[in-house]
Structures are given as C-alpha cells and as structure tokens.
Design a protein around this ligand. Structure first.
Ligand SMILES: Cc1cc2nc3c(=O)[nH]c(=O)nc-3n(C[C@H](O)[C@H](O)[C@H](O)COP(=O)(O)OP(=O)(O)OC[C@H]3O[C@@H](n4cnc5c(N)ncnc54)[C@H](O)[C@@H]3O)c2cc1C
Length: 225
C-alpha cells in the first residue's frame, strides 16, 4: 500500500497573454470594434458585466491525481470533458495499491490510524479477489473512496469560474478544495483578470496547505505535449 498526495499536472503551456488576446478578438465581434492593444482592460470589462459566454472560447486541459470521492464530485460539473482511469480494465493486484492521503485527518492521529488500517484491509481484500480468479471489474467492488485515480479534464474558462466559486468555498469538501484552491491560485497568476474576482477558503488554505499552492501543481515543460 502506498499513500500519496493529490496533484494537478499541466500538459501544455498556459499563455495568459495569448488567452486574453483571444478573448478580446472574439468579444470585439459583438461590438464590431478592433483590438486596441488593451486586452486586460477589455476582458476585465466583460467579466464585470457578466458577458460570460465569450469566456467559453478558451478551453484548458490538465491531468488530476485524486481519490474516487473527488472524482464523483468533480464530474458533476457537466460543462467539461473527462477521461478517467478505468477500474474495470486497470488491475491493481500484485502492485501496491495507491490511496490519497485525507488532508483533514492530519488533525487526529486516531482517525488517521483507523483510515490507514482500512486501506490496508482494502488492499488485502482486493488481492484476495484477484488471487481467487476475479477480473479487475469484479474485484473493484471492494475498493474504496480513497483509491488514487487519474482524470484528464478539459474545461472552458466560464465553466472553471463556476467550478471555483463552488469548490473553493468554505462549504466544499476538503478533498476537492485541496485541488480547486491551488488550481485557482495558479490561474490567478497565469491568466490575470479572468479569475481576480473569485475568492476561496483562506482559513483552510493556511491551515492545511501552509499557503503553498505550488506543491500541488506540476507545470513542467517536460510533460508538455
Ligand atoms: C457544497 C456542495 C454540496 C453539494 N452537495 C450535493 C449533494 O448532496 N447531492 C448532489 O446530488 N449534488 C451535490 N452537489 C453538486 C451540485 O448540486 C452540482 O451538481 C455541482 O456543483 C455542479 O454544479 P453546476 O451544475 O453548476 O455545474 P455544471 O454542470 O458544469 O453546469 C454549469 C452551469 O450550467 C447551467 N446548467 C447546466 N445544466 C443545466 C440544466 N440541466 N438546466 C439548467 N441549467 C443548467 C447552470 O447554470 C450551471 O450552474 C453539491 C455541490 C456543492 C458545491
């Protein structure tokens, strides 16, 4: 059994200047005006006025490593495209099964120990099933919410804004918040203006993530397509 942290990997460059110029180009069609070399100002105005459909012209892709609980919550966001690791076809038997560390359980040694025991049990039961001749699609029934999974996600900027509003909020589950906040902060840095007005649960961020979103983001040219 292996316990790992969640994270987000980018597979292409996020060029904020290009993105703003693209939004401006498409947005100015509405007014039959030419780009005036101030895309930031133009996009800020669009966002302020809620002219959100123009933001749909930009779609971003990234790969998320997370648990099955977050998979269920994230994929409720319908305005997105997903490619998800299959528990029908991936055979975890014989390997160390990977589980995502539940960030909030660090508060309690007792709960954390119970969770580790439970993951060990799950791994044992899964391997028992495989050893007894079960196919992965049968053995998967004993897997649990903490199982590590990977999802390729593509979302446009409008949908991302909706996602961040809901999933960076105090009310969101800690596991999805643990990914949504770093992603929001990364985009705030790379694509100025589009996400400036969206807030997040700062108390959670400081308490559990020590104010360092970069540990969750892999933005490495070597992984770019
Ligand atoms: C704190 C929290 C708790 C939650 N608890 C539960 C729960 O207990 N049970 C549960 O089932 N879900 C729960 N959800 C999920 C929630 O109900 C949404 O399904 C999820 O957040 C996706 O949001 P969305 O529909 O805005 O996103 P998307 O599906 O990406 O949709 C984006 C936007 O498109 C529009 N839209 C999309 N489809 C339609 C449609 N059919 N009709 C009209 N407009 C549409 C809406 O404006 C919507 O906001 C919870 C979410 C949060 C944040």
């Amino acid at each position: 059994m292996k316990i790992i942290k969640p994270g987000i990997m980018f597979i292409e460059d996020i060029d904020g200047d290009y993105i703003l110029r693209k939004i401006e180009k498409m947005g100015r069609i509405c007014y039959q005006s030419e780009p005036k070399g101030e895309p930031e100002k133009f996009v800020r105005n669009l966002v302020k006025r809620g002219h959100d459909s123009v933001l749909e012209h930009v779609q971003l892709s990234f790969i998320v490593t997370t648990d099955r609980g977050v998979l269920a919550e994230w994929t409720r966001h319908r305005k997105a495209s997903y490619s998800v690791e299959s528990t029908r076809y991936c055979n975890y038997g014989g390997n160390e099964i990977e589980f995502i560390e539940p960030i909030e359980m660090k508060d309690s040694d007792q709960l954390y120990a119970l969770w580790v025991n439970s993951c060990q049990d799950v791994e044992e039961r899964y391997n028992d099933m495989i050893d007894a001749g079960a196919k992965p699609q049968e053995a998967r029934s004993v897997l649990d919410m903490s199982l590590r999974t990977m999802m390729g996600i593509s979302m446009n900027l409008r949908s991302l804004r909706n996602f961040f509003r809901l999933r960076c909020d105090k009310a969101a589950h800690p596991h999805i918040k643990e990914l949504a906040i770093p992603l929001l902060l990364f985009f705030k840095e790379r694509i100025p203006v589009v996400f400036d007005d969206i807030g997040y649960d700062e108390e959670f961020y400081e308490k559990y993530m020590k104010g360092s979103y970069k540990e969750y983001i892999i933005y490495d040219k070597e992984n770019f397509i």
